[in-house]
Design a protein around this ligand. Sequence first.
Ligand code: PHE
Length: 511
Amino acid sequence: MASTKDDIATGVLQALDKADSILTNEVFPEAKTLDIKAALDRLGGRSMITYETLERDEYLLETEAEQIAANGSHEARVFEALRQAVEGLTVADLEKAVGDKQVTKLGQGKAFREKWIAKTSDGKFKAVAETITDTTRQQLLDIQKSRTYPDAKVIAELRKRKLIRLQKVVNFRVVKGAKFALEITKEETDLTVEMLASGAWKTATFKPYNFNALGADQNAGALHPLNKVRQEFRQIFFEMGFEEMPTDKFVESGFWNFDTLFVPQQHPARDLQDTFYISDPVKADPPRATDANDTKDYKQYWDNVRQVHETGKFDSIGYRYPWSPDESLKLVLRTHTTAISSAMLHRLAAKKGPDGRPPPARYFSIDRVFRNESVDATHLAEFHQVEGVIADYGLTLGGLMEFMKIFFDKMGLEDLMFKPAYNPYTEPSMEIFSFHKGLNKLVEIGNSGMFRPEMLESMGLPRDMRVYGWGLSLERPTMIKYGISNIRELLGHKVDLNFIKKNPAVRLDKN
Ligand code: PHE
């Protein structure tokens, strides 16, 4: 009798050698379905056979039903006992004649209802029917033989009476495959030194790769979607010759975050409602060089910034208000990464290219910024900003628009529209919109402009050096990409770790 998988596999081949198609239940009535399936898969993997799975419902008799099938139903047994006692029987005698108290009790009731028996005037039982048909027994005998019954109602009734139970039966119909043979050749899984040395590799059969096999599920960490999209953006910037800015500090002074960017100290963005201020330490040091290579005159820069706000300088009339050093030295959680662009441009001013002037530069950064916003489905008090800066001589607004088209095109965002806007640090400024096919409307994707001379000349950058700047949030394209409508599902304590783990790698639909 085939028992192991090997035996089953050989058995299948032998049976198939004699017949065009076999049913495994007939060939291996005793074998376990799982063992059969394993053997068939093994043969199937070598194209020696093909098979289809057949599933069928079968009904088996419970112990009580088996007794009924053998001896008749309770009621039939009661009737039979009484039929033989012409005078009728007392309950005690009936029990004795049937030979089972329980069977007598149940059978008696049913036999009464069927009008097979009746009570005599002296309180005995007697048979009244001429003949009876023991339907239940007949049905059970049928089921015992064929494991099924043509009338579904009967099956339901017998199951309700707990006389039969359902069993799902899996059967396989097997036919010969393209490489059918009686012998299962040994398949090598590895090419070994020995095989090479002996030449055995020439005749060996190699097990084909199973490219459908799934790797084991690793319970490993996963990159956050924002991280993945960030990586895509970084790649675009690097492709276009940009250098990454160091964004490794969340706290900035008002000086770098606002004043160097020509944001007046009364500007609403500097209000407590919009910006998080740090109370400890109470204030920043005045700007100074932070490494030995930095030879810039920070005192001069500080004075330039103060003057350009207070009285005007570099042909600008300024804002004309009393500029407060204390306000400038307040510490803030940076509200944009433009604070870093500003520091980088200030350093650029000290660099000397081949002609002795600051060389053209392209900088980018992608990091976290903080704003005192009320949190809702699309706003958090912190988000990530993607920022780019291009410094060169003779740049024009047309060049910025063209560059934006190329840049956003790389992210699959087409049909850009530009809308005049206002930033204290850029003139002109433009909001950038793109037509979103899914939403069927224009969506704002970024903010941009050409940095003001008040900002650039205070740093000591040459007057004919122009600087483009633009910024966008990392969250918006990520939400669009992953189909997230609530930003709180993406960032913060409500994020579902499974969602983070299950998300595939992102690929922007680059053109
Ligand atoms: N800092 C701007 C913002 O927060 C983005 C920007 C950067 C705009 C540089 C113009 C130039 O949206």
